[in-house]
Design a protein around this ligand. Structure first.
Ligand SMILES: Cc1cc2nc3c(=O)[nH]c(=O)nc-3n(C[C@H](O)[C@H](O)[C@H](O)COP(=O)(O)OP(=O)(O)OC[C@H]3O[C@@H](n4cnc5c(N)ncnc54)[C@H](O)[C@@H]3O)c2cc1C
Length: 367
């Protein structure tokens, strides 16, 4: 048997990777102590994101006795736009808007305080299978581990090294920040987040969002466009054109200095989420195709993956043959399946159903 440097290596220290470690530490501190987390960047690292943290993300962290205290704007109203009409969902603290570099850095700090071993600026480049484990390669060295957890986001190098031949299932997003006056801005004054589905009629399988946020004490509106591409065979919407039209309608096109885009992988119950000695979590496995919400789901994956890890080491069986079933049976998987069903209905062209169902589904609690 090969000598192992670690029992578990987690690639990626975003919400999915850190949550996996925190849950592991809760269930089996000895195993968590024999775990290494590799991170390509160093915290606080940039992360393109609307920063909408649903209440149940905080509930999940609360179960781990973790409280992320970072600058946030509470959202009490969600405004939904479609066909020139506006619909509202009012719920106190429906979600909060954070800046992701701050949120993720605070989350990593909470885990570091509990003893998480983190190597920053050390990206996994690829891995090879050993007879009874995995050999992980980084630019610095190689490590032998029993289990590798791919928590390295939508462009997962772990997933790429698994050489899967499967449909793509990737959403596209573009995001910008525009300066705002916190007194007169509608979103700030009314604590409102806008979800604008107007462009569904033009082929967008998603929406444009406007979320109020604070960065370094200054007020901004985080604006972006989400295209789930749930029906990949349909002609792709011209995201840049639709986003530009949306910004012009809001009279902020000139203020949008830097456009940035990033993919997001969405969940499919038939997609591969494990191989012997390998588990995928968070964006590497797949999150919500309806709204592109991923933070709470990434945290939820951590709970399921940690249970899988503990059971695997107890039984000395690292095939992870039932990880998919474990996800599907867990409230995480049930919520992901609801979102998938809603995406299927809404982006098929039944947006009236969408108007009523979207917030109901978004409002469901799953932990
Ligand atoms: C534009 C945009 C807006 C979004 N808005 C929202 C929102 O408002 N609310 C919401 O809930 N979700 C939102 N999401 C989705 C959310 O950001 C993701 O679902 C979530 O970040 C997934 O967490 P994760 O830990 O799986 O991946 P990530 O947060 O991407 O973390 C992956 C980590 O792995 C590291 N990494 C990458 N490659 C390697 C490697 N080879 N080796 C080691 N480390 C590596 C990265 O540096 C990173 O730290 C948005 C996504 C996008 C793109």
């Amino acid at each position: 048997m090969a000598a192992f440097d670690y029992d578990v290596i987690i690639a990626g220290s975003g919400p999915a990777g850190v949550s996996t470690w925190l849950h592991l530490n809760k269930l089996n501190p000895e195993l968590a102590a024999r775990t290494l987390v590799l991170e390509k960047a160093s915290h606080p690292r940039p992360k393109l994101c609307g920063g909408g943290v649903m209440r149940f993300a905080d509930t999940l962290l609360g179960l781990l006795r973790v409280r992320i205290k970072v600058t946030s704007v509470p959202v009490h109203n969600a405004e939904f736009r479609y066909h020139g009409r506006r619909f509202y969902w009012r719920q106190k603290n429906f979600f909060r808007v954070v800046r992701r570099h701050e949120f993720d850095s605070a989350l990593a700090a909470a885990a570091l305080q509990r003893g998480m071993r983190l190597h920053e600026q050390e990206a996994l480049s690829h891995f090879e299978y050993l007879e009874d484990g995995i050999q992980v390669y980084t630019a610095r060295r190689c490590y032998r581990t029993r289990v590798l957890v791919g928590a390295d986001g939508a462009n997962s190098a772990v997933r790429a090294s698994m050489k899967l031949r499967e449909p793509h299932r990737v959403a596209r997003l573009i995001e910008i920040l525009t300066p705002a006056d916190p007194v007169s801005s509608y979103e700030f004054a009314t604590n409102t987040a806008v979800f604008d589905f107007t462009a569904v009629d033009k082929g967008l399988q998603g929406y444009i969002w406007d979320f109020p946020c604070l960065e370094n004490g200054a007020a901004y509106i985080n604006r972006g466009i989400y295209d789930s591409r749930y029906y990949p065979t349909r002609e792709h919407a011209d995201l840049k054109k639709l986003f530009r039209a949306g910004l012009e309608a809001r009279q902020v096109y000139g203020e949008a200095k830097k456009w940035q885009g990033h993919p997001e992988r969405w969940f499919d119950p038939y997609a591969t989420v494990s191989q012997p000695h390998i588990l995928l979590v968070g964006d590497a496995a797949g999150v919500d195709p309806l709204a592109g919400e991923g933070i709470s789901f990434a945290l939820g994956y951590g709970a399921v993956a940690a249970e899988e890890l503990v059971e695997a080491f107890d039984k000395q069986n690292f095939r992870f043959a039932h990880y998919r079933e474990h996800i599907l049976a867990h409230p995480l998987g049930k919520a992901l399946q609801q979102r998938r069903l809603m995406a299927r209905l809404c982006y098929r062209g039944w947006p009236r159903v969408l108007t009523t169902m979207f917030f109901i589904v978004m409002g469901l609690r799953w932990p």
